[in-house]
Design a binder for this molecule. Structure first.
Ligand SMILES: Cc1cc2nc3c(=O)[nH]c(=O)nc-3n(C[C@H](O)[C@H](O)[C@H](O)COP(=O)(O)OP(=O)(O)OC[C@H]3O[C@@H](n4cnc5c(N)ncnc54)[C@H](O)[C@@H]3O)c2cc1C
Length: 400
């Protein structure tokens, strides 16, 4: 239960858990914790979905995962988002545009079949459903895809959501369970003890038993006053939104080499084709990756032109479309490409929920369940060890 009091602008609230960051991860954690009966305060320096969760795509895709623990968490989330889509629609009246449209991992004629087969063998061994299509099968499945391809793997269970709607829906659902949102309130300082935390915001001080840090690429800044090193770096991605062509994109279409860019430790610019349609009829073209700094959210024409050119290699008829919008987001990347979910070693009341890189929309649902289980002392949806911040972080968590 929350005891709110105003002591001359100093202590403004005592609660069970403070969640910093109202991106998809923080919003989902807040909902899960509030639903479990905790008094929750969400502290967001801007508004919900104004960080990376408002500058991304909403793929719920299994095939681009790169390690066993990565896939395990993703599969739980995959199931949970289907349930949440119904729950959020019924509970807070927000349709998060969940669509199980399936995805195509496309193998260009220029190569990549061996890597694609290895990835599919691994996924198949883990129980992920897929089907091989030859070039004619690709044309049948995706008639506007006219570039030279060897074939594709079709993943029928892959889905998508609209991440901004999903973030807001999770915030609203948390509020419906009693959570309070403090928007436009940056966290300025964090102190922790064996029994709780004190968080200084622009409004004053909040005290709680637990702090969940879900501030994406800004998480290291949030806990700076605790003198801990959170190994999260921004991996920038840029997107072009286009409209006005006759092209119909039926599935989510990504080139097979996309998975190598996900798993790679290369900090320089990489571009791999992602084309997906939205319910409004616009088409998203992605996607780039390059390591940068947390203040770099600029869109560069040189990168956009590479993204557009790669999309035209596959969908030449998109040439008549207009770019109607573009944006850049910062993926929170860790050295081993796995998220950080769990308490800090030296500050057991401070729980990290960050570092999902290019899978945070997907991973948010299972992460929230994991955070709630860790705080409530309940069984976790998957064994927590691979994601705990106390693990030894090594680069290259890939399954090989
Ligand atoms: C181009 C691109 C495409 C992507 N596509 C996909 C995809 O298809 N599927 C997928 O699963 N993932 C995708 N991702 C990755 C996904 O977007 C991220 O993993 C996810 O959005 C991270 O969410 P978050 O809640 O951790 O961080 P954020 O959304 O960045 O939220 C962090 C919040 O913390 C707040 N904050 C920061 N500092 C403070 C402070 N001091 N006090 C208070 N609040 C603070 C910020 O304002 C922000 O709102 C993509 C990313 C990019 C860039």
């Amino acid at each position: 239960m929350t005891i709110s009091r105003d002591h001359g602008g100093t202590t403004i609230g005592v609660c069970d858990a403070i969640v910093v960051g109202a991106g998809i991860v923080g919003a989902s954690c807040a909902h899960a914790l509030a639903k479990a009966g905790l008094a929750v305060r969400i502290v967001e320096r801007d508004a919900p979905a104004r960080g990376t969760s408002g500058a991304c795509e909403g793929n719920l895709v299994l095939w681009d995962r790169t390690s066993d623990p990565d896939l395990a968490l993703t599969r739980v989330s995959h199931r949970r988002w289907a349930e949440l889509a119904e729950e959020l629609s019924a509970g807070v009246g927000i349709d998060i545009e969940y669509a199980r449209k399936g995805s195509l991992m496309v193998i260009p004629e220029s190569g990549g079949i061996d890597g694609a087969r290895r990835q599919c063998d691994w996924l198949g061994g883990q129980g992920v459903r897929y089907e091989w299509l030859d070039a004619a099968g690709v044309r049948e499945a995706e008639p506007w895809l006219k570039g030279a391809v060897d074939g594709a793997a079709y993943f029928p269970d892959d889905a998508q959501i609209e991440p901004r709607l999903a973030t807001w829906a999770q915030v609203r659902a948390a509020q419906r369970c009693g959570a309070t949102l403090h928007a436009h309130q940056p966290v300025l300082d964090v102190q922790s003890s064996a029994t709780g935390v004190r968080v200084t915001t622009g409004l004053g001080v909040l005290s709680a038993d637990w702090l969940v840090v879900a501030a994406g690429v800004w998480s290291p800044e949030v806990v700076r006053s605790l003198h801990v090193d959170v190994p999260v770096r921004p991996r920038k991605g840029q997107i072009a939104i286009i409209a006005g062509s006759p092209v119909q994109v039926i599935h989510k279409v990504m080139e097979a080499s996309y998975v190598q860019t996900v798993a790679s430790d290369d900090e320089q610019l990489q571009v791999a084709n992602v084309v997906e349609s939205t319910r409004s009829g616009s088409i998203l073209l992605g996607s780039s990756r390059e390591v940068t700094v947390p203040s770099d959210r600029g869109v560069e024409l040189s990168v956009l032109s590479r993204i557009v050119a790669r999309a035209l290699d596959f969908f030449p008829d998109l040439a008549s479309a207009q770019v109607i919008r573009s944006y850049a987001g910062l993926r929170p990347m860790t050295p081993d490409h796995l998220p950080l979910i769990g308490p800090l070693r030296e500050h057991p009341r401070v729980i990290l929920a960050t570092g999902h890189e290019g899978g945070g929309v997907m991973g948010a649902a299972a992460t929230a369940d994991m955070v709630a289980a860790l705080i409530m002392g309940a069984p976790t949806p998957v064994p927590p060890e691979p994601y705990l911040p106390t693990r030894t972080l090594n680069p290259a968590g890939s399954h090989g």
